[in-house]
Design a protein around this ligand. Structure first.
Ligand SMILES: C[S@@+](CC[C@H](N)C(=O)[O-])C[C@H]1O[C@@H](n2cnc3c(N)ncnc32)[C@H](O)[C@@H]1O
Length: 233
């Protein structure tokens, strides 16, 4: 696939930092949620539980075929089996910046497609996914240092969110760390957001925006839909 020409692509320095961080965590923990910087399997799955609500109005299986799903920052691609176990018929593609994560995901789930790179490395001109999901991949601080200029905090995350919406045909779901949580806000290595500010931003381009918090102390989830109507089965 042709690389995206957008200036929003991560710099080599940022890529290397994220890749190194995950190489080290896999070497240390192996195939464990801790390698993904989740404290436990339960914490990972609470986030999946909420993300899966994006399918709420959909029949679990359709005669038309599986739902196409792109999982951005898929890690070990555990979301795929989670959704399958829920009875959702999905055609899954994962993408992750970390080469080591991609290799591990392919090893865990040899039958699925996992791509290596950043969302902006892909040319989605001829490709669309019904649902585009993201869990935890925007939790690290990312500052664009292209041309020596630092952009405002969260500008990369905002670009990713807008791109997820652009390439989906039905809906997007993503989670972010909640800046209202003191522990999260105090961590210089973590990127966190005020939910209402993210919702306001998403309302500038998305047809319908819904958000949810309260399932964990430090996290919230946003759902974006292409249709203003509740999606029918
Ligand atoms: C906290 S882990 C979550 C993994 C998976 N979504 C899950 O919940 O099991 C974050 C993942 O996002 C990946 N990642 C971080 N920044 C990324 C980016 N800009 N593009 C793609 N993947 C990214 C990391 O390599 C890592 O595998």
């Amino acid at each position: 696939m042709k690389p995206h020409t957008s200036s929003k692509r991560l710099s080599p320095k940022q890529r290397l930092r994220i890749q190194t961080r995950h190489r080290v965590s896999i070497e240390r923990f192996g195939y464990q949620p801790q390698a993904l910087y989740w404290s436990s399997r339960e914490i990972q799955q609470v986030r999946f539980d909420i993300l899966a609500r994006v399918f709420a109005q959909q029949a679990p299986r359709r005669e038309k075929g599986a739902f196409s799903v792109l999982d951005v920052g898929c890690g070990f691609a555990d979301l795929r089996n989670y959704l399958w176990d829920k009875g959702l018929d999905i055609d899954y593609v994962g993408i992750d910046l970390s080469e080591d994560m991609v290799q591990s995901a392919r090893f865990q789930y040899p039958d699925i497609q996992v791509r290596q790179g950043d969302l902006f490395d892909q040319d989605f001109a001829a490709e669309q996914f019904e649902f585009v999901l993201l869990s935890g991949a925007l939790n690290e601080v990312v500052e664009s240092d292209q041309k020596g200029q630092k952009t405002g905090q969260g500008s990369y995350a905002k670009a990713v969110i807008a791109e997820m919406y652009r390439i989906c045909s039905k809906g997007v779901a993503f989670n972010l760390l909640d800046a209202r949580n003191e522990w999260v806000a105090s961590r210089p290595d973590l990127q966190s957001f005020v939910p209402q500010e993210v919702v306001d931003y998403c309302q500038t381009f998305a047809e319908r925006v819904v958000w949810e918090d309260g399932y964990l102390d430090n996290d919230f989830t946003v759902f974006l839909y292409k249709s203003a109507e509740t999606v029918e089965a």
